[in-house]
Design a binder for this molecule. Sequence first.
Ligand code: NAP
Length: 540
Amino acid sequence: MPRKFNAKSTADQVLSGVDLKGKRFFITGVSSGIGLETARSLVSHGASVVGTLRDIDKSKAITSSVFDAATQGGGSLELIDLDLASLQSVRVCADTLLTNGQQFDAIIANAGVMATPFGRTVDGFEVQFGTNYLGHFALINRIEPLIADNGRLVMLSSQAHRIADVDLDDPNFEQQTYDPFVAYGRSKTATTLFAAEFDKRHRNRGIRAASVMPGNSLTNLPRHFSQEDLQGLFENAGKARAEEGLPPMELKEVAQAAATSVWAAVVADKDEIGGRYLEDCAVAPIDDSPNPFADGVRSYALDASKAEQLWVKSEEMVGTKGTYPMKVIGIIGAGEVGSQIARAAIANGYEVVIANSRGPETLKDLIDELGPSARAATAAGAAEAGDFVVVAVPLKLVNDMPVEQLAGKIVLDTNNYMPWRDGHFPVVDSGEKTVHELRQEQLPNSKVAKAFTHIQASRLFVSSRPAGAPDRHALSVSSNFPEAVELVTRLYDQFGFDTVDNSPLSESWRSGPGQPAWAAHAHQTRAELIANLARARRII
Ligand SMILES: NC(=O)c1ccc[n+]([C@@H]2O[C@H](COP(=O)([O-])OP(=O)(O)OC[C@H]3O[C@@H](n4cnc5c(N)ncnc54)[C@H](OP(=O)(O)O)[C@@H]3O)[C@@H](O)[C@H]2O)c1
């Protein structure tokens, strides 16, 4: 059958005659270039598009062309904030989409940066690997339940993948000199490997994933290049292609550069493109010549074993933010809350070092029950050993915490203010401070987060649900430190719960005893918890 589309086809030509009413698409990076045109073309054919921007307030004007096209074509555009260079932003974006709960027929992971000067994302990843790849890895895996059965994932790759294979040993350029093109190439090889592995993992739902080289087009992408740099690049590309007898490189109009994305997301036979690398509205052939400017895909970018290894490495990097392994939890307090958190932690692969006020020897039975991943210690010992620490004892006005050993650590405070148990604290009674702000004052060099306070310890196992389950129970977290919120969010997720961020600590009273979120402790979804926190009224 002759090919219907080619390098010259535009997105509108690819979608000609296609009615996308009722179809939903999620596209990252719709503020400019290929993403903007992809969104415009889809909405002008009736699609509903949710597009991401880094700064919604600044960028609304840029997307007016898409809003106009939506009005004319019967589609719609909704915008959502996303900075792929921040896992916190990725999580907030993903959680907003999950709360909304509407499914997507396709995700187009389009946003990207190219050949940036050396830099790190807020989580410490090299900027191009972190933005183009790891941010998308974290985002897409989190919202995967929103991809409809038989849906599609399109990952924007690049011809530049030909420059370099991923480096699993040094993905952040910590042991080698940074090269902006090598870094860009690696990030794009990673997106291609990700598409292949995602396709393998989700094919059983009929979901197919492919990567796309859109073609070279003068968008805002080379914003870090001078005119001479760009000229030099074109000359090198021209020479390299001529030496191999290839036709000269042709720049595409942006309308043409968006064609392969919409072809992959809507028109192509999904079983033909699944797991493949596409260019010019077709599956690209393997071409292992070292020429970085040749067409086709290098076989290392589709290597199944590399794709699997990269996935595992990425899980580690995104999970621990690439900074420190959070493997050991110190737990101060071995009552019902402390011991139940210990059980859940061990079930999720952590080691625990747990303490009570009566000495490690009194915890023998508990340690026997918890098994080899647990040991008993003093409170100072547990604080010292933990990569982060759970405090499961009431706050005392005379500070009884091992302040020094907790310094620099994230401390999860599970305490609730219960004057009938702990006595009255005037500053809490007057509403001047929350009990968790007092804990933060007692631990000035730690990062306190209120966590696990409105769930009965015994329900930690029974209420647990897999990510994406419609009835998944949600828990709140409050902290003055985003990294503490990030850690608790991940822990909740591992334990089987969604998170609502109720920061800072001054807001933590909203989930306290007697408040709607507390009263609904037996079960509340994320949306219900958000509503319950908003309904809280000061009880003084
Ligand atoms: N143009 C080409 O010749 C070419 C060739 C091969 C592959 N590609 C790939 O095609 C995709 C689209 O590129 P383009 O040419 O359209 O470039 P572009 O005009 O620069 O657009 C890139 C988009 O990504 C967004 N973005 C950048 N950093 C982000 C971050 N940290 N978080 C969220 N969004 C971010 C940008 O948002 P801001 O406006 O906020 O920066 C913008 O919307 C990229 O993945 C690129 O690698 C392009």
